[in-house]
Design a binder for this molecule. Structure first.
Ligand SMILES: [Zn+2]
Length: 237
């Protein structure tokens, strides 16, 4: 076969493949232009990235934990905004089985934390666990999906057995911060293996009050008081 025939065949196949499997934006599912990657330019422009990695002063996420628990490093990839692409992404990941979008942004986050010295000593990633029953019903844990992407590009392994969730937390919106903490403080059980680790990174999909993360940190430190802990989320509300 001549070079030209091969090129024609390849063009023909790419066109057919595109008709059968069109490249769509992982966030909004609209068709992508050939120049676009996994997320369309509309969604990219609609996202408000935090750029926390280039802050020289404490970020709003650092300040969220002030006076509550000590944290080594924090990072959130974009700001959560209602009726914007960020909401579409989080909603798709949590309720529409859109795991690809979680993996995609996880990989992006992994590259950022891999080049950030304060995360370098973290040896394990811990996704915020769901209650086993809830995970069974949903089919997956959205924080674990993001963590898988982060692990792929940062090369930090995930441990799903260090911490387990014992019970559902009830709806927390009507409680103040102290009551919320009281409510979540007995939710998690920690494996004794945590005693052999010096720095972990906790991964969640979105951070709002930080009370769940605070509860996990208190549970981890009850077994390893000197443990360094970093927190990474896809979004901050
Ligand atoms: Zn899009």
């Amino acid at each position: 076969m001549t070079v030209k025939a091969t090129q024609i065949l390849r063009f023909f196949w790419t066109t057919i493949a595109h008709l059968i499997f069109p490249n769509t934006c992982l966030a909004c599912k609209n068709e992508l232009a050939p120049s676009e990657g996994h997320i369309c330019s509309f969604c990219m422009n609609d996202l408000s990235f935090t750029h926390f990695q280039s802050y020289t002063e404490p970020t709003p996420m650092d300040k969220l934990f002030w006076g509550r628990v000590d944290i080594t490093s924090t990072y959130a990839h974009f700001n959560f905004e209602k009726n914007k692409a960020s909401q579409e992404i989080l909603f798709g990941l949590k309720y529409k089985n859109n795991m690809q979008v979680g993996i995609h942004f996880g990989k992006e986050i992994g590259k950022i934390i891999a080049s950030h010295p304060s995360f370098h000593t973290a040896s394990i990633i811990i996704p915020v666990p769901l209650h086993p029953k809830k995970q069974f019903l949903r089919g997956f844990n959205q924080s674990e999906v993001i963590a898988r992407g982060i692990s792929e590009t940062s090369l930090i392994p995930i441990d799903l057995h260090l911490i387990t969730r014992n019970k559902h937390s009830e709806t927390q919106t009507k409680k103040d911060r102290f009551e919320r903490w009281d409510n979540v403080s007995s939710i998690f059980s920690v494996s004794d293996n945590i005693k052999n680790i010096s720095h972990v990174t906790i991964v969640d999909d979105v951070i709002t009050t930080g009370s769940t993360i605070e509860s996990i940190i208190r549970s981890l430190r009850s077994k390893n008081p000197t443990l360094s802990i970093s927190v990474v989320t896809l979004a901050i509300a």
